[in-house]
Structure formats: C-alpha cells, structure tokens
Design a binder for this molecule. Sequence first.
Ligand code: G6P
Length: 368
Amino acid sequence: EATGKGSYEHFMLKEIHEQPDAIGNTIRGRLNHQLDSTRLGGLNMTPHDMAKINRIVIAGCGSSMHAGWVGEYYFEEIARIPTEVEQAAEFRYRNPIITPDTLVLPISQSGETADTLAAVREATNKGATVAAICNVVGSTIAREAGRGVYLHAGPEISVASTKGFTCQVTALLMLAVMFGRNRHLGREQGAELLKEIASIPDLIRQVLKQAPVIERIAAKYVKADNFFYIGRGYLYPTALEGALKLKEISYVHAEGYHAAELKHGSIALLEENVPVVAMANAVPGQDKMIGNIRECLARHAPVIAVVSGDDHTADELADDIIRVPMSSRYVAPLTTIVALQLFAYYFAKFRGCPIDQPRNLAKSVTVE
Ligand code: G6P
C-alpha cells in the first residue's frame, strides 16, 4: 500500500527499499532505443529548442540541491553544456545572468519549497526556458514551470529524502543523455548510457542486500558524535548528501567534504573519535582517494570505505568496508547513496532517534 508503512518500522526504511521500483518508474517508457537516446515528453522541447540551450542553471534546496550537483557533472560531461547549481534562495537576490538560451531547472521533490518557487518566478520573469523536476504531480512549481520531468517516485513521507533524491539523479542523467544525443554524443555512447540507466534498479537491489552488514557497522560507531564524509568527482555531492542524511535523522554532526579540501584546514579536527566515511569506489580519482584515506589514518581517524564490487584496493586500509556493486562513475552516486542512507538509518535507530519525525525539520519548507 502506497501510504502506509507496511511491514517496515519507519517510512524512511520503506522508502529506501522502494528505490528500485521508484527509479524503475522514473525510467519507464523514457528510454528510446531507436535513437539511442531518452524521451522526456514533459520537457516539450523540439531538437531545435534543445540545440539553442547554451547554459543550464539548476536551482534547489537540501537534497534536491545535492542532486543538482550530480546533474552538473552529467550535463557538463555527457552533454557538454556549461552548468551551474544555485542554492535556490540565492538565485533571485544576485540578479542572475539569464537569456532565452538559458535552461533553468528547478528541482523539488514536493514542488512547494518557497525558495525554489521564488527562483522559478525570477527565471520566468527574466525570460529563461524553465523546466521543473518534481515528484508531486500538479504541485505549484510543476504548474508554474509548465514543463519538466515528473519523477513518478510515489509519495515520499519520510522527512529525510531518499527515493526523491535517487529519482532526481536518475532524471538528470536521462536529461543529460537527451541533450547529449541532440549534440555531440555518439550513438554508441548513447546506447551504452541507456544500458547503464536500465541497470540502476538491479544495482540498487544489490546494495539493499548489504543492509545487515551496514547495520553492524552503524552499531560499531554508535558512540561517535562527529563524522566526516569525503568524496571526489561524482561522489563529492554524494558525500554531502550522505552527511546530510546523518545530520537530519541522528542529530550527529557530519561534514560532507571534498576529499582534497580536507587538508586545507578541517583535517585538524580528525582524531580517533572522528570516523571518516570515504567514497573509495573504483571510478576515476580512486588513486587520489586512497591517498586521502591514508591522510585520515595518519591522524588516527577510523575509516569506513565504500568500495566497488570485488575491487580490493582499499581493503587493507579501511577499518570497515561497505561494498556496492561495480558500476561506472555515472551510476556510482546512486548505489553509494543508498548505502549511506542505510548507514544513517541504522545509526539513528541505534541512537533512539524518531526517524520519521526529526526535530526542527519539515518535509517541505514553504517559507523563505
Ligand atoms: C526540506 C526537506 C529536505 C528537502 C528540502 C527540499 O528541507 O527536509 O529533505 O531536500 O526541503 O525539498 P524539495 O521538496 O524542494 O525537494
């Protein structure tokens, strides 16, 4: 049943486990194998309209902003369109540079976040092409944008976003493929990306099977009051989102950091009571990550490494290992965040926190 908890103790856990199906719904009917591209009809843009876009600005808050940062990497690498992400509240106060050839993509699970709505209005007034990525059908942002991509993730009840985030990232990947195929991206690369997109639900199912391992690791660190989450490339926004999950539901301080930035100050905070969750997946930049893990170990910080498949590069270094399936860099943020959601969930549960109703937080922030 869509609106009850079913056999799950919390909505958050239910929604974590719903992700393979939710992402399946985001993808369904949108892979165009004839053109080796994706088909996002709600965008309502002709190939000519799409070719004119020379810049993308993504606006969102919280987890939706983090999804946007993954999207920035997708759009620049796959579609070669200069892209930037704005915290939605900043957007209208800095007189943004907008032309009709700028595509503004507000991202909002609820479609009601006040700052994101204000960004939609500002972008529309300035003559941008605006397309919203929302989950809630008929929400204010979806209606005002008038075009966009619905996630079809089903209702998200848990205050901490899980399936909303992964479906947003999937939608952004599909958008990047569509824009890419409309420009420089070859058929073969398009076909390869479609295959990867289609494989996401199954890869996430494999991560969910790791829940007992992740639960044990969360139990081991239950006394820690400070965490760092570090990543690079596509896994940098993933580190930010993983840290946010922990803060939201467990009230424990967690800093998401770029792994290379750590040594420019914050490394001073590392000691034996400060675990570091390191994204050590087998993707470009892994060698540098291994170096960063060594820097953390030298400060006696315990390291929990997320690694890929049967890659054993980090085995000897890390105190604990969370294995997600081997995948390309494009899909790694999705598999990895599911592991981090489970970690945050079990950690908060062991600390006795009210997971579905975290203090001071609202599912949708409708004031600026
Ligand atoms: C609130 C929620 C977050 C969410 C953010 C943006 O802060 O607690 O989980 O990411 O709003 O919400 P939206 O509905 O715009 O995606």
